[in-house]
Design a protein around this ligand. Sequence first.
Ligand SMILES: [Zn+2]
Length: 137
Amino acid sequence: MGFFKRKKQEIIKHEWKIKKKCLDLILECAKSSYPKEFGGLLRVDTSDKYTIIELVVLPGTISGDSHAIFQLHMLPIDFSIVGTVHSHPSPVPRPSEADLHLFQKHGRVHIIAAYPFNENSWKAYDYNGEEIEMNIV
Ligand SMILES: [Zn+2]
């Protein structure tokens, strides 16, 4: 038991980062889709797998009326895609049941941008829906 316990503590917590330009674009897209939801995918730098550099918008998935608007069967096999981003027309950036289901199935990191879509109204989560720290670089 002790062995496993120690092992768990040794897991390195990676520091997630997002480029300011990418975050700004996410917030812009969320704003222009409002009051509809906006959804996209997050791409990392291939040399730094924990820095999100690009927002990928899938055709036909730009905005929708409800949660889980991602047509993930359309996902290209692309290992630089690490997770999802979507907006909440409400001021609550907390994941819904549908969001948690999506998080667990697809990707390692997920961003929710809530109304009014500024630098203080978004949060990042891991696949389990646990809030994670993400620094803007
Ligand atoms: Zn949601």
